[in-house]
Design a protein around this ligand. Structure first.
Ligand SMILES: [Zn+2]
Length: 567
């Protein structure tokens, strides 16, 4: 491995030999390009850094010493001087909901609290919704997104009456930042025909003194789907997210839990509005949707350009800890008012039979499975279901995923390693909800072990990291910051012993995520033969103060040798 200090000194010397041969417009992809003059992190198996890297025809041609790379690329190669900036493999999003961020930004009223938004009280929320109501025709639905009860002065969800105070002429439906809780006003319930006597198909409608409080838990929110939503132009949402992700260095995104065949992504790829790659996780309970993929499995390309890629079948084992819908083995640390003392969340599977049965069906059909798991019991439920299916049918290399895998207990980590399961940790929980988990959801001991990256590394687990956008803004550098510092938003270090090195954290947003998607032969590291998906950062994450990693500027994002974002 090249010593970083020696290399940086060496790179200063190479700058004198830089040349810029004339290149006719349009020829760019055919003439090799050599990048040099700054740290180049390959993220290969040895975490090597190199002096130069050559790209030709969208692929990496050579990586190593400048003299060798020049010899491989030839005399005519164009040279890009990094001027001290850092080149890395493009970031790979370990899980998010590509396009939902665009949908949310273009249609809903943002109700997030700091550091995501500005709302700090129910009055703030009412004001934001009132402003939207003032410009919305009567009878038309108003949706709000990302409110966080735990960050409000009142530390509770708003009530039906408080939303009625905004408007009785518009149906209002707001969603908690976790996505697993929502609140509606009286008109919304009336339009959907939902009363205090309604038994929702799934989830819980909270009732107090025989009246709806307005709060809907889990999929009870679906009862309001009958109220028409003014659908945004999906192509516009896709273009919005494509730009947003590229601006944060992401070259491969995830649409994790898609209920439809995503033709708009293929159309976007065809007309070049989709600038980055997207891995689709189709909804695994939808048998028709799953069957529509025929014999294609994880890693299969769904479009001509290789931008739309099939991934795992997505299942849900529980909800979210901060929404008090995650499934734990023990009762919540501090119960919400109105909940029994032994409340520990609930499973999203209607029964263990369905859980074991559907996992077995998908596993036997050769599917990779990704299951949303947050509470320790939900994680255990899936270790059990995956384990049973894998024992009955010893399929090689199934790489089943524990998505979020938040409250991953110490005793579960070795079992995950033994089964070859891949956690994709939502590690920024330490920052956004670390204090909440510590004081309310799970208590100090369990909170200190959320997203246990160090314990996983010790067992040789190659985990991915993610932001679950639009739950939190897309930012792989924020993942690295959280995995390295484990700082909460109030500056507390949550689980000091679970902090990991910058290099190990970077693997979670590059090569490990590529492996999770069965794409490690194509992307995730800068090695000859792989696609030239790359990101250039203003500063080297290995060299800055760890607390500032999240603030490093993305200078340029490159997909298959072509620039898709430039600051
Ligand atoms: Zn998600």
């Amino acid at each position: 491995m090249l010593n970083r200090r020696t290399f940086i000194k060496g790179s200063a010397m190479t700058m004198v030999v830089l040349s810029t041969p004339h290149i006719a417009l349009g020829d760019a992809p055919k003439v090799p390009t050599i990048y040099t003059g700054g740290p180049i992190l390959t993220m290969n198996a040895k975490n090597e850094m190199v002096e130069a890297l050559a790209v030709e025809g969208g692929k990496i041609l050579a990586a190593g010493r400048l003299v060798d790379v020049k010899a491989a690329a030839g005399e005519k190669a164009k040279i890009v001087d990094l001027q001290g900036k850092t080149l890395l493999p493009g970031f790979i999003d370990g899980h998010s909901h590509f396009v939902k961020g665009g949908q949310e930004a273009l249609t809903t009223v943002p109700l997030g609290s700091p550091p995501i938004g500005k709302i700090t009280s129910i009055a703030d929320m009412q004001e934001a919704l009132r402003a939207r109501a003032a410009v919305t025709p009567e009878g038309q639905r108003i949706d709000g997104s990302r409110y966080n009860d735990m960050e409000l002065k009142e530390r509770r969800h708003p009530t039906r009456e408080e939303l009625d105070a905004v408007s009785t002429k518009h149906p209002i439906v707001i969603k908690h930042i976790s996505g697993h809780v929502g609140v509606a006003n009286s008109l919304a319930f009336e339009m959907a025909g939902v009363t205090a006597q309604t038994k929702p198909k799934e989830g819980v409608l909270r009732v107090k003194d025989g009246k709806l409080t307005g709060v809907m838990e889990g999929r009870a929110q679906n009862e309001l789907n009958v109220i028409p939503v003014k659908k945004p132009d999906i192509a516009k949402c896709m273009a919005y997210d494509s730009n947003e992700y590229a601006a944060n260095g992401v070259t491969t995104a995830n649409n994790g839990g898609s209920p439809t065949v995503d033709d708009y992504l293929i159309a976007g790829s065809n007309n070049d509005e989709l600038k980055i790659r997207v891995v689709i996780w189709p909804a695994g309970m939808n048998k028709e949707l799953i069957a529509s993929y025929g014999d294609k499995r994880s890693g299969a390309l769904l479009d001509a350009k290789g931008k739309v890629i099939l991934g795992a079948a997505k299942l849900f084992a529980d909800g979210s800890p901060q929404g008090y819908t995650a499934l734990f083995s023990k009762p919540y640390y501090k119960q919400l008012t109105g909940k029994p003392a032994d409340y520990r969340g609930f499973s999203y599977f209607p029964s263990p039979e369905v859980r074991f049965g559907r996992v077995k069906e998908l596993h036997d059909a050769g599917w990779q499975i990704a299951t949303h798991t947050n509470g320790d019991q939900a994680i255990q439920d899936m270790i059990d279901a995956y384990g049973a299916a894998m024992k009955a049918n010893k399929r090689e290399d199934s790489r089943h995923i524990l998505n979020h895998c938040q409250f991953n207990r110490p005793d579960q980590v070795p079992v995950i390693a033994e089964l070859g399961l891949i956690p994709s940790y939502f590690v920024t929980h330490t920052f956004f909800w670390g204090d909440t988990h510590r004081h309310y959801v799970a208590g100090p001991e369990m909170a200190a072990h959320i997203s246990p990256c160090a314990a996983a590394l010790k067992e040789g687990i190659q985990f991915a990291l993610h932001n679950d956008t639009p739950v939190t803004p897309i930012s792989p550098l924020m993942d690295v910051f959280s995995a390295v510092t484990r700082l909460t938003s109030t500056g507390f270090v949550l689980g000091e012993d679970q902090r990991i090195s910058v290099m190990d954290a970077l693997r979670g947003v590059t090569i490990n995520a590529a492996r999770m998607y069965f794409l490690e032969d194509k992307i995730g590291s800068l090695e000859p033969g792989k696609l030239a998906d790359m990101v250039i950062l203003e500063k080297n994450p290995l060299d800055v103060a760890p607390e500032t990693i999240k603030d490093i500027k993305v200078v340029e994002t490159i997909v298959e040798g072509e620039t898709v974002y430039k600051a």
